[in-house]
Design a protein around this ligand. Sequence first.
Ligand SMILES: Cc1ncc(COP(=O)(O)O)c(C=O)c1O
Length: 388
Amino acid sequence: MSEPVIYLNNAATSWPKPERVIQKLVWAATELLATPGRGSAGVRSERVIFEAREAVADFVGAGDSSRIIFTCNATAALNLAISGFLAPGDHVVTTSMDHNSVARPLARMEDTRGVSVTRVEADSEGVVTSASVLDAVRPETALVILTHASNVTGTIQPVQEVSAGLRSRGEGRPRLLVDAAQTAGVFPIDVQAWGIDMLAVPGHKALYGPSGTGFLYLAPDLVLDPLFEGGTGGQSTLRRQPDLLPDRYESGTPNIPGIAALGEAVGYIREKGLEQIRRHETALFDLIVSGLEKIPGVTLFGPCDSRLQMAVVSFRLEGMDPAEVGSFLEETMGIQVRVGLHCSPMSHRTIGSFPEGTVRVSPGLFTTESDIAALIDGVRKIREVRGA
Ligand SMILES: Cc1ncc(COP(=O)(O)O)c(C=O)c1O
């Protein structure tokens, strides 16, 4: 990006990355030459990856860091959880706010593996109640999947209440998979205290790690079928994939620079403090909402209440396709937002913005108040230009 840009698409991936994360990425790409577990030169890489795994485990309250499986994004973590866990005849409860990285693997499970799925409808603001999720649980329900916060409306779902309800069912209860793509790095999450069985996290969004990173937390008593099998650097005489963690799920040469930089990013986020990050994003969110709602012809989606949602704002401008609004903002003001369906058509059906979708604004750690002022100005200008 050489042109000056106002980047308001942090829900897709965060930008820019903190300087120390970039430095770690470059250092690891330059210095860490060898695959971990493959010869003496790999020992340094192994140590750096172990440190990153410890940092990530501590950040989400995992305890044992071998329960953290590094992946290339949240999608890979969700695919591993869904297709590694479900068996024929299983029933799944999920919601209408799912991203396609949950919806599509589930659709394949329905079509090819005899899995049945109940999709609990959120209300028109994208809110799902814990009672509606728990009411949908049946004796054969094996898995409940919650999108911790929607990437379309930002709505935060009641993970802790659903978890408590599932745990009260005792032995044989359904397991809980949480997609934390829009919350990890802003909202505190503690997998053990909250009773989360599997947590899927991207490294490249609010954790401010590089693209090509993510992870799955897997509870101690869970064993999944690996998504892929191969060399793990140890137990090489075994005919089948070893049970040892995290090797069981991490075959082949990993993204060494990316993982090293993710560990650094987690340290950066911890130093900033989640409370402070959330406060910053909430202040920007309030500015976006209060600015947009004053512009005639703007329709805002979602609760528009920072207590109920993350800093993700979806809106439409009367008489205009969201794509036109996005092009205007980018071409005339250098403002980058994301338009359309945001890989979550179900969410747009739920809130009534299908098939055109919305214009989505998602500020981040480096967004300033003047960036938001420029956005509001830009949306006002569109109305002037259109003569509305
Ligand atoms: C709610 C949600 N889940 C999953 C994903 C997939 O994340 P990734 O791009 O890391 O695969 C996204 C990405 O936008 C998302 O917003």
